[in-house]
Structures are given as C-alpha cells and as structure tokens.
Design a protein. Sequence first.
Length: 319
Amino acid sequence: MSNEENRFSTVLKSIARDQEIKSYLQNSKELYSFLIKGANRFVAGETRREGMGRVINLYNNGYQVSLEFIGENTTSEEECMIAKNEFLELIQDLGNNQMAATVSLDLSHIGMMISEKIAFANLEELANEAQKHSIQLMISMEESQKTDAILSLYKRISKISPNVGITLQVYLKRSYNDLNDLLKTTGRIRLVKGAYQEPEGIYIPRSEELNTRYSEFVSKCIDSNHPLSIATHDESLLKDLKAKGFLYSPNVEVEMLDGVRSDLLKSLKEENIQAKVYATYGSEWYLYLVHRIAEYPPNIYTFISDIMEQNTDREKNAY
C-alpha cells in the first residue's frame, strides 16, 4: 500500500470500532438503505435464507463454501443465546441440504466477552451439532488482546471435536510460536495476513517480508500434512505458492471472501485447486464492510460504484 492508502486504512479501522458512528449509520433509515447497496457485494443478505441461497448456488457451481452469521463482542447472555441458536439452525440447514460446508464464527459473538464458561459451553454445543451433520466449524481470529483467550478455548475444544478449526493472523509476531503449538492439534488451520489495527511493534506491516513469512507458514503446515486454508486475495502471493506446488496439496484449499476477486478464485478452481468462498449474512454488516475496505482501500471505488449503479451482482456472478 502507498502511504496515503495506509493512512486511509488506519482511519477506517478506527471508524470501524466507533460505536457512536455505527449506531448513527444503522439507525438512519436514509443512510442505512443507501449504504446497504454497497455492502451487498460483500454480504449475502441480512437473513439466513439469503445466506443459504448464496452458498447453495456457489456449492452447486463446484465451490467449497463457508458461511458466517456476522457478529462479535456480544455482551449479554440473551444476545449470546440468540446468536448460538442462529448458528445451530444454520448448521442444521446446511446439513439438511447435504452440504459438506464450513460455518465460521467469532467466539466473542457467543459469549467470550462475558465468560470463558459460557463461550465454551456454546462452542461445544455447536461443535457437537456440526459433527452430526458433517459440518466443519472455523473459529475466526479477532484483535490481538483476545488471542490468548481464543487459542485457549480452541485447544480445549480440539481435544474433543476434530471438526473445529482455527484462524491464525500471520502478521502478528507471536504467530510463529502459536503455529508450532497449533500443528499439534488436528483441526484445520486458516492462515490470514491480518486486518486489525494493532499497536506498533507487535505486527509486521503488509510487505514482501510478510509475504515471505506467509509462505513459510504454509510450508510448515504442508510439511506437517496439516489441513490448511490459504485465505488471501494476494495474486502475487498465490502465484508464488502455486509455483512451489503448495496449492495442489490434497489438504490445502484456497479461500476468498465472497465478492472479492471471484475471477481469480474461478481460475484456480479451473486448475483443479480446491477453491472455497467465504460468504456472510446478518444485520451487523457495518464492521465487516469497513474492514473489507480498510484491508484493500481500492475497494472504496467498487463500493461507491455499486451504490451509484445499483449493480452489486456483477462480481458475484463472475463465479
């Protein structure tokens, strides 16, 4: 990124966490209806029915799929229960459609902000239900201050539920040691570069150094014969990983966010590389949308064009 793009990205990440701005936007009927037009490229819809419709279409077109009910930082037991029940119904819907799919979630959405006990009980219930339907769960990674709690809960559930995977942010300096620990577990590891605004000194900025590190992490997973999701839209990085033969490993899949670089993912699928689309749904799309723009600032052009043209299906239909 250029200096101006980095500056823009930093500002957006700060805005993403501003609850006053979020509340204002979501409670303004005019602004909400205006912005949702741009969000539709990145979010399947606000309901489970819309989310299911999206992944069924992708699945029927030969893609592996992951679906998330968007939400995080839930602070009441009632809200956690609502989220947990929504995930249960999502797992059942996917199972009833005989889809070997993945359900992704943030642990702060199902109780981690309240207590470890509540979060683990909800996670265990979801993992058991998912196992009944041959569904994988993928735990997302959140801000660095939550990393220890997330990894602790994951290591507990991995001992009893091999169908649960974990996300690792390669840009955090601590992640090299975390990876070595995670390779001792059986669940799929999902590698992302990392998109949160973090304190200086604990992360590696987007750079060739970070790409080299990402490639090293991929190599370690493959050498260990560990199930791996390569979650990136970085075409140059993927080209390098493909040249090394990493993308053709039977335990490896390439995952991209719905509405982002569908052309690239389609080309990989046509080369018999396992390709997965990560789709989302829910009313809490604001934070998700801002992060999509912050991690790749040129997305702001697409966002504005989609609002003005009201043509948000173009990228999605490219699959």
